[in-house]
Design a protein. Sequence first.
Length: 83
Amino acid sequence: MITLKNRPGLTPRELNESDMRNHCPDILETEEGDFIVIGKEVAANEIDLSKFGASLDDNEKIILIPRITLFSAINGLKENHEI
């Protein structure tokens, strides 16, 4: 089981990105220092990954999150001197 350590950014509600039901994009840090991303799954045929030399393995998913969610997490990590 993956253990979560913290949320580096603001909550979806604080960012006005939550509809209080199912839409709550978020970034959470694991105990190991990796990140869990909660967002909208994008089908591989909806995006051209090859343009950037990227590819998708069978066990990977493309997740779309709002820009503000990512920048909030980055700012939180900077404030805690983790990057």
